[in-house]
Design a protein around this ligand. Structure first.
Ligand SMILES: Cc1cc2nc3c(=O)[nH]c(=O)nc-3n(C[C@H](O)[C@H](O)[C@H](O)COP(=O)(O)OP(=O)(O)OC[C@H]3O[C@@H](n4cnc5c(N)ncnc54)[C@H](O)[C@@H]3O)c2cc1C
Ligand SMILES: NC(=O)C1=CN([C@@H]2O[C@H](COP(=O)(O)OP(=O)(O)OC[C@H]3O[C@@H](n4cnc5c(N)ncnc54)[C@H](OP(=O)(O)O)[C@@H]3O)[C@@H](O)[C@H]2O)C=CC1
Ligand SMILES: O=C(O)C(=O)Cc1c[nH]c2ccccc12
Length: 462
């Protein structure tokens, strides 16, 4: 059953949000908490269909996404005494990790580079926690900071309303009960934190003839294990960390993978003499310029892995860390796929020309018989699909300003987790964002700055 739009549900009231149903425009006129311009009711109603949509006033930032970034920023905000609301399209936290990753996945950087602010991994965790350990850690993080996202809230549109100086975020919710209606809610607040991630949507390229192929085709986000592929010839498209590891997994289940490598790729050993390559790079970067660290990494890679060109892999002319920083291409941290390429268990093949029933033709003229295709062709941000009227994000869905300055936009807009620096980048954004909002929050709490009506009304709803 739908909630009564005029009643403040207990959960919302307890977490410090005011819930006003369709009465919000009148409330804003009354409340005008931060002394913004008064909204012009008629234009707002026209533009946003106010009277047909339920409205929620959010007392604190609206965070979109309950992945590691969203959780980290909510936790840091809490430490500054700032309440927030997280809107999550899925029905759980960390949906990328829980629903869109394969079984054998582990963190590929040592755990100290993957923990969220002020909450270390349990000591008994291994250096590279498994996916399940990482999910358990995130669940305990959310429990520890008492973070309860609003699930099944898919944000379709967000924009800054100059008229009232507030963010207006429209989300559609799909009821979990069978047959329940999908409904729209408009969340309104002073700050918007974008935490939808660099991997929000799967990239599925248009490949000639794929429709006629006839065998099963999936994106790696739907791949769980090689169990279903025993004895099958599988074309894995893409040679990033996903493509390489899926090929390795397929080998373990006695499938026959061929990996499409259409361009150059950097492969680094995950460890050098028992020490994490990433950790080594972080250490070296304290003293040396990036280009030199890249050169050292390539020498080490050559010593540990040998010449990868012999495996049919070509290295880019730009170094691995520079490539990560500039275009976001993550170097492959080898967990065993290279050995399988050497032994011939993983076949490396060039770009795809076209598919036909049961076959694929490659750019070098080879034609392979294949049973299945796994597209390990990457992910993209979805921010341009729903964030409107601001040029802080570019067309690719990343902030225009590079790390470490890409976390703060204008008018109370923040981006957490778009640094191309994995979980440590997300943590660093979260800490900065929370500090910044916390400072404003404290400023605005000073009695002289708050209209009396607002103060009373707000307290009564928390
Ligand atoms: C397979 C894989 C392995 C990785 N391994 C590592 C690693 O070992 N170490 C590392 O540092 N990094 C790793 N990364 C990088 C990865 O980006 C981070 O691990 C991490 O998940 C990023 O967290 P996030 O919260 O920014 O994004 P996500 O985890 O993607 O979370 C974003 C959340 O936002 C939600 N969302 C998206 N759009 C909307 C919307 N419109 N409305 C409402 N909700 C929305 C999503 O459902 C999701 O729950 C890996 C990435 C992948 C794909
Ligand atoms: N913790 C871990 O162990 C893991 C971490 N990850 C992380 O997840 C993120 C995503 O990784 P991943 O899923 O591998 O995606 P990536 O974006 O890193 O790689 C995508 C691959 O697909 C190729 N590709 C894209 N389109 C085509 C096409 N039309 N034809 C042929 N090849 C194509 C790309 O080639 P090209 O370069 O030529 O465009 C590239 O090799 C990364 O940050 C990665 O580090 C992923 C898996 C495991
Ligand atoms: O796995 C990822 O996507 C990451 O972003 C982790 C990461 C950040 N910086 C890197 C440099 C080399 C390899 C992985 C990473």
């Amino acid at each position: 059953m739908e909630e009564d739009s005029h009643q403040a549900p207990k959960a919302l009231a307890e977490t410090g949000h005011c819930y006003y149903g369709n009465t919000l425009p009148c409330f804003l006129l009354l409340y005008n908490p931060l002394q913004y311009k008064q909204p012009r009711m008629s234009s707002m109603a026209d533009q946003f269909g106010f009277f047909s949509r339920r409205c929620v006033w959010v007392n604190g930032p609206i965070i979109v996404g309950a992945g590691p970034s969203g959780l980290a920023v909510a936790a840091c905000l809490k430490e500054h005494g700032v309440p927030s609301v997280i809107l999550e399209r899925s029905d759980c936290i960390a949906s990328l990790w829980q629903k869109r990753t394969y079984d054998r996945l582990k963190l590929h950087l040592p755990k100290q580079f993957c923990q969220l602010p002020r909450f270390p991994f349990p000591e008994h965790y291994p250096e590279y926690p498994t996916k399940q350990q990482f999910i358990d850690y995130l669940e305990s993080y959310a429990r520890h900071y008492e973070i309860s996202p609003r699930f099944n809230q898919s944000v379709q549109l967000a924009r800054y309303d100059e008229t009232c100086g507030l963010w207006r975020v429209r989300a559609t919710g799909t009821g979990t009960a069978a047959g329940s209606r999908s409904h729209e809610v408009e969340y309104i607040g002073r700050w918007l934190v974008v935490a939808t991630g660099e991997n929000a949507e799967s990239v599925v390229p248009e490949l000639d003839g794929l429709r006629e192929f006839g065998g099963d085709v999936m994106h790696v986000g739907d791949y769980k294990s090689g169990e279903a592929y025993r004895g099958k010839r599988v074309l894995v498209v893409g040679c990033g960390n996903s493509g390489m590891e899926v090929c390795l997994d397929l080998c373990d289940y006695e499938a026959l993978p061929a990996m499409v490598v259409r361009d150059s790729v950097h492969v680094l050993p995950r460890e050098v003499l028992g020490k994490s390559t990433f950790e080594l790079a972080v250490l070296l970067m304290k003293w040396l310029p990036l280009w030199l660290v890249d050169k050292i990494l390539l020498v080490l890679a050559w010593l540990v892995l040998g010449n990868i060109e012999r495996c049919g892999l070509r290295r880019p002319s730009t170094g691995p860390l520079e490539l990560k920083n500039t275009v976001g291409r993550t170097p492959v941290l080898d967990t065993g796929a290279l050995g399988k390429i050497r032994s011939g268990d993983i076949k490396v093949v060039p770009g795809i020309k076209r598919f036909s029933p049961g076959k694929v033709a490659l750019v070098d003229g080879q034609v392979l018989d294949i049973d299945s295709v796994v597209l390990a062709t990457g992910y993209r941000s979805n921010v341009p699909q729903w964030l409107q009227g601001c040029d802080f994000f570019s067309k690719d869905g990343f902030p225009r300003t590079a790390f470490p300055n890409g976390w703060r936009g204008q008018s109370g807009l923040y981006a957490v987790g778009f640094t191309r620096r994995g979980l440590s980048g997300a943590s660093s954004d979260a800490v900065r964002t929370a500090k910044d909002i916390g400072r404003m929050w404290k400023e605005e709490l000073k009695p002289a700055k708050r209209p009396v009506a607002c103060h009373r009304r707000c307290i009564s709803q928390i």
